[in-house]
Design a protein around this ligand. Structure first.
Ligand SMILES: [Zn+2]
Length: 309
């Protein structure tokens, strides 16, 4: 078959040499019919010497197409990076701006941090004064309030501390947005360089939730040097006092968790606050303690962007 095919072509080649000059002539005279099928084979004869040529494709594929450039992968055909196909996290409609955030009233696990705050308008609807449940030594005469569900656990815990011979007092409970504004401004005047690790900005304090309590110890000054201002009630050495030590080890049994442990400073954005406890329920507080994590760390793992700023 090959030979026969080649032979036929050879015949045509020979003929084309004869006809080629004639075809130009004819074309110039505008008499088209006989030349059309002969002209292309002339080109093949010049480009493909018979011995070295790859066998002629018999199906009419022109010899000049035999190189196969498509074998070499070209960079433009490499798979495009998958990142372009990664689903982009679209803003979830349920998320609100942090400054307008008003969490459900019965929710205990709400993240409030330096980054994620609460609306100025947020106020718990079941705040109760604690004054009638404690002596003046405990409340210092302040009109402190907490959410209703926090009251019994708080009373039980403080009574058990007193029963154990400890000398705690309560520095603060619920603080409104406006009160926090005043607190922040006070620290801004006292420690302008460190204000943002010492105090939460308004809207960014867990005290606004009504579930958080700061404790003091009548023995704090036994653990710090005399240069410390007597009027200041907070000092990191609170953890060294019997009251601070007891709270670290037992508060979870009443549903309170230490919000700003020393180990979580980078995550919470707050300096270590061994006096600041938040009520989250016994199960949650115990789980956090056993996991060695803070509530803020835990909640950020669940939902890294609880609201947007
Ligand atoms: Zn506090």
């Amino acid at each position: 078959m090959k030979d026969g095919g080649f032979g036929r072509r050879g015949g045509k080649l020979f003929l084309s040499f004869i006809l080629f000059p004639l075809s130009l002539l004819i074309a110039a005279c505008a008499a088209p019919e006989p030349v059309a099928e002969v002209v292309p084979t002339n080109t093949v004869a010049v480009l493909a010497p018979a011995d070295t040529a790859t066998p002629f494709p018999t199906q009419g594929v022109p010899a000049t197409l035999t190189p196969i450039p498509t074998i070499t992968p070209s960079p433009t055909h490499t798979p495009t990076p998958t990142s372009t196909f990664t689903p982009t996290p679209s803003p979830t409609p349920t998320k609100t701006a942090c400054e307008q955030r008003i969490p459900p009233q019965d929710e205990l696990l709400v993240i409030v941090s330096q980054e994620f705050g609460l609306s100025r308008a947020y106020e718990p609807d079941n705040l109760v004064p604690i004054g009638s449940h404690f002596s003046r030594e405990i409340t210092l005469g302040y009109p402190t309030m907490v959410r209703e569900e926090v009251l019994d656990p708080l009373v039980n815990m403080v009574n058990d501390m007193l029963g154990a011979g400890l000398q705690p007092y309560i520095i603060s409970g619920y603080r409104s947005y406006a009160t926090q504004e005043a607190t922040y401004n006070k620290w801004l005047n006292l420690e302008p360089d460190r204000v943002d690790i010492l105090s939460a900005r308004p809207g960014h304090s867990e005290h606004q939730l009504g579930t958080t309590v700061d404790f003091g110890s009548y023995r704090l000054h036994d653990y710090i040097d005399d240069s410390f201002d007597e009027k200041l009630q907070f000092h990191t050495y609170f953890y060294k006092t019997p009251e601070g030590d007891w709270l670290q080890n037992n508060a979870h049994l009443y549903g309170f968790t230490l919000s700003y442990p020393r180990s979580a400073q980078e995550v919470t954005g707050f300096y270590y606050e061994p006096w600041h406890f938040r009520y989250v329920g016994v199960g949650n507080a115990t789980a956090l303690l056993e996991a060695g994590t803070s509530l803020t760390e835990y909640l950020l793992n669940q939902d890294p962007e609880p609201c947007y700023n």
